[in-house]
Write a protein that binds this ligand. Structure first.
Ligand code: G3H
Ligand code: 13P
Ligand code: ZN
Length: 326
C-alpha cells in the first residue's frame, strides 16, 4: 500500500496557472529557498503583506537538513499561516535541483507540488531521457516539472561548474517537446552563490545575455522560463557582514534592473537563495556584536527574520513585480 500524500490535500498548488499569469502579466513568481522555521515565516509574512504568489523551494541539501516529513508539515503550516494573515496565497512547494528520478519521486510522494530535475550536466540525450521519466511520473499526479538546459557556473549542491555553458537556443524546442516539461531553466550569465562575477577594479557587472533569452523566446514563444542564480548579493549586507568579522571579498550579484528586465519577459520564476542567507548572516552578526551577553536564539533569529521580511517585500514589489498578483 502506498503512503503517498498529494499536495492538493495540503492546500498547495502546482505552478502551471501561476506561470501562465506571470508570462502574460510581465512579472515573475519569486522562488525563495528555505531550510528552517524563520526563513519560512519570513516568506509567508512578506508574501501575505505584498499579496504575492510564491514558490517555496527546498534543495537536496535543505531536505537532508530539515527532513522531508518535517518539510511537508512546514509547507502545510505556511498555507494555514497565510490564511490566518487573511490571505489565501497560492503556495507551491518545489524541489530545487533534483538530481535523480528517485529523489523527485520521493518528494512528489511526500506532497511536493513541483519538482526540478536538473540533468543539465548530462549529455543532451541523457538529460532528455531522465527529464522525460520524471515528467511521466509527475504528470500522473498533476505535479509540475522544471528541466534545465545549459550549465550555470558555481555550486549546485554537490555539482561544481567552473564555467557557465550558455543554453543553446537551437536545443530548447526539441527538449521541451520530447520531455513535456512545464518550465525550463536556462543559463544566460547568472550563477549560484555570492561570487557571481570576477571583476577587475573599476569594472562593472557584465549584462546578462538577453540576446540568448530573445532567441529562446522566439523558438518557444510564451513558454515559462526560469532564472536561477538571481540573487543581487545586496552590497549593504556584504558590508555589514564584513564590518562584523567576516571576509567576503569580491562578492557580487545580478543588478536589480537586469532582473526587472528579465521578469518582464518569458522569465516567470526567479530563484533567490543567497540574498536571504546574506540578510540572515548580516543581522545575526550585527545583533550579537551589539548584544554580546544575549544567548536566546529567538532574539538574534528574530532580528534576522525581520530583515528577511523587508528584503522579500522589496523583491516582490520592486524587482519581480509579483506584489498584488496573488
Ligand atoms: O541552487 C542552489 C541553492 O542555492 C541551494 O543551495 O544546496 O546549499 O541548499 P544548497
Ligand atoms: P542564488 O545563489 O543567486 O540565490 O541562486 C539560487 C538558486 O538558483 C536556487 O536554485
Ligand atoms: Zn539554482
Amino acid at each position: 500500500m502506498s503512503n503517498a500524500v498529494s499536495y492538493k490535500d495540503l492546500g498547495l498548488v502546482n505552478s502551471r496557472a501561476l506561470f501562465h499569469n506571470a508570462v502574460d502579466g510581465g512579472y515573475a513568481i519569486p522562488a525563495y529557498n528555505f531550510n528552517n522555521l524563520e526563513q519560512l515565516q519570513a516568506i509567508v509574512v512578506a508574501c501575505a503583506e505584498t499579496d504575492s504568489p510564491v514558490i517555496i523551494q527546498v534543495s537536496k541539501g535543505a531536505r537532508d537538513y530539515a527532513n522531508e516529513t518535517m518539510l511537508r508539515y512546514m509547507a502545510m503550516g505556511a498555507v494555514q499561516m497565510a490564511k490566518e494573515l487573511g490571505k489565501d496565497l497560492p503556495i507551491v512547494l518545489h524541489l530545487d535541483h533534483g538530481d535523480s528520478f528517485e529523489l523527485c519521486q520521493s518528494c512528489i510522494d511526500s506532497g511536493f507540488s513541483s519538482v526540478m530535475i536538473d540533468g543539465s550536466h548530462l549529455p543532451y540525450e541523457e538529460n532528455v531521457a531522465l527529464t522525460r521519466r520524471v515528467v511521466e511520473y509527475a504528470h500522473q499526479r498533476d505535479v509540475a516539472v522544471e528541466g534545465e538546459l545549459g550549465v550555470l557556473a558555481g555550486i549546485e549542491d554537490d555539482v561544481v561548474a567552473e564555467q557557465s555553458t550558455y543554453t543553446k537556443p537551437e536545443e530548447v524546442e526539441d527538449f521541451v517537446k520530447k520531455t513535456g516539461v512545464d518550465s525550463l531553466a536556462i543559463s544566460i550569465g547568472t550563477s549560484h552563490g555570492a561570487y557571481k562575477f570576477k571583476l577587475a577594479p573599476g569594472e562593472s557587472v557584465p549584462p546578462l545575455r538577453f540576446d540568448i533569452l530573445d532567441e529562446i523566446e522566439k523558438r518557444i514563444p510564451g513558454f515559462p522560463i526560469v532564472l536561477h542564480g538571481a540573487s543581487s548579493v545586496v552590497p549593504a549586507y556584504v558590508a555589514l557582514i564584513n564590518q562584523y568579522g567576516c571576509k567576503m571579498d569580491g562578492a557580487v550579484g545580478v543588478p536589480e534592473d537586469q532582473l526587472r528586465q528579465a521578469a518582464k519577459s518569458a522569465v516567470c520564476k526567479i530563484n533567490i537563495d543567497s540574498d536571504g542567507r546574506l540578510a540572515v548572516t548580516a543581522k545575526v552578526r550585527e545583533f550579537l556584536a551589539h548584544n554580546p551577553a544575549e544567548f536566546d536564539p529567538r532574539k538574534y533569529l528574530g532580528a534576522a527574520r525581520s530583515e528577511l521580511i523587508a528584503l522579500i517585500k522589496h523583491k516582490n514589489q520592486a524587482v519581480l513585480g509579483s506584489a498584488g498578483k496573488a
